[in-house]
Ligand binder design. Structure first.
Ligand SMILES: [Zn+2]
Length: 280
C-alpha cells in the first residue's frame, strides 16, 4: 500500500516520505511473541527438569532455567557448530539426554566495498582481539535475573539476511551469519527487545557502533552497525527503550540492524523470539 505512494514522488520528497513512513512504522504498537524452541544447530532446546532440580549445565556453561506451573524448564542454546546428535545437559540428578536435529543453512555471497573489513591489516589484529574479548566476556556472563521470554521486535523493517547463512565475503569463506539483518533507513530508532542491563557499548571493527543488553541468566541481545547510541553502560532498560538508531558503521553493505541473540554463549536465531512487522 505504501510503495506506490513512495514511487510517485521525486527524489527529495521521496526521501522525506520514506522517513515519515518509517517513523510511523516504528511507532506502531509492539508485536510481542513467545520464545519458540527448536532443537537444531543455532536453535534452542526446551528440556523439562526433574523435581527439585533447578539448575543445569551444557558443555560446562550454566543454562537458563524458568519455572512454568511449578515445573522447572531448561532452555539450552545450541551453537551452529553442533552436529545432529544426542547431546546432554548435566544436573544434580544426573545427565539428561536430548536430540539435536539437522538443519541446513543456505550460502550467501556478499561484496563489501571496504576490503579491509574482510581482510584486516596486521595493524588491526590487536584491536579485533581485544574487542572480541570484551564481547565474549558479556556472552559468557551469567547473572541471576530471570529474563522474560516474551519479546518485541527491535524495529519494523525488511529481513535482508537470515541467521546461520554460510558466508562468502569478497570471495573469501567467513564465519556463518551470527544474527538477523533487518534493513531500515539510517536513523530509524531501535528498541530493546526486552528488559535488561546495558552490558557493553562500543565502536567495534566489524560490528561498528554496538550495544549489548544482558537480559539475565546468559541471555544477551546485541545490536550492531548503529549510527547513534542512546543508552549508557550499566543502564537498566525496559522492553521498548530506544537504545540507538540504524546506521552503517563497521562491516556493512548498507544501513541495517544486525541483531544477535546469545544463550549460554551460543548464538541462536533471533526469530525464535519474535517476528518483526515487515515492509511488504
Ligand atoms: Zn548481520
Amino acid at each position: 500500500m505504501l510503495k506506490p505512494l513512495i514511487y510517485r514522488l521525486g527524489s527529495e520528497p521521496k526521501l522525506r516520505l520514506v522517513s515519515i513512513v518509517w517513523l510511523l512504522l516504528s511507532l506502531t504498537p509492539a508485536v510481542w511473541a513467545e520464545i519458540q524452541p527448536s532443537p537444531v544447530p543455532g536453535g534452542i532446546a526446551r528440556i523439562p527438569l526433574p523435581n527439585d532440580v533447578d539448575a543445569a549445565r551444557f558443555n560446562g556453561s550454566r543454562v537458563l532455567v524458568t519455572i512454568e506451573k511449578g515445573q522447572s524448564i531448561a532452555w539450552v542454546g545450541l551453537p551452529l557448530s553442533t552436529p545432529p546428535s544426542i547431546q546432554q545437559i548435566d544436573t544434580a540428578a544426573g545427565p539428561l539426554r536430548f536430540e539435536v536435529q539437522d538443519k541446513r543453512y543456505e550460502t550467501e555471497h556478499l561484496t563489501i566495498t571496504n576490503d579491509r573489513k574482510v581482510n584486516p591489516l596486521p595493524m588491526d589484529y590487536d584491536r579485533i582481539q581485544s574487542e572480541r574479548r570484551e564481547m565474549d566476556q558479556v556472552f559468557l556472563s551469567f547473572t541471576d535475573a530471570l529474563p522474560s521470554l516474551t519479546w518485541q521486535a527491535p524495529l519494523a523493517g525488511r529481513y535482508t539476511s537470515s541467521f546461520g547463512k554460510r558466508r562468502v565475503l569478497n570471495g573469501n569463506p567467513r564465519s556463518p551469519h551470527s544474527g538477523l539483518d533487518i534493513a531500515a533507513p539510517e536513523g530509524t530508532p531501535i528498541q530493546s527487545v526486552s528488559n535488561g542491563l546495558v552490558a557493553a557499548v562500543g565502536d567495534y571493527f566489524f560490528n561498528g557502533q554496538t550495544v549489548m543488553v544482558d537480559h539475565g541468566q546468559g541471555l544477551i541481545s546485541m545490536y550492531c552497525h548503529l549510527s547513534a547510541i542512546s543508552v549508557e553502560l550499566g543502564e537498566s532498560i525496559t522492553a521498548g527503550t530506544v537504545i540507538g538508531a540504524v546506521g552503517q558503521t563497521g562491516r556493512v553493505t548498507g544501513p541495517h540492524l544486525h541483531l544477535s541473540v546469545s544463550l549460554n554463549n551460543a548464538r541462536v536465531d533471533p526469530l525464535l523470539f519474535f517476528s518483526a512487522p515487515q515492509d511488504p
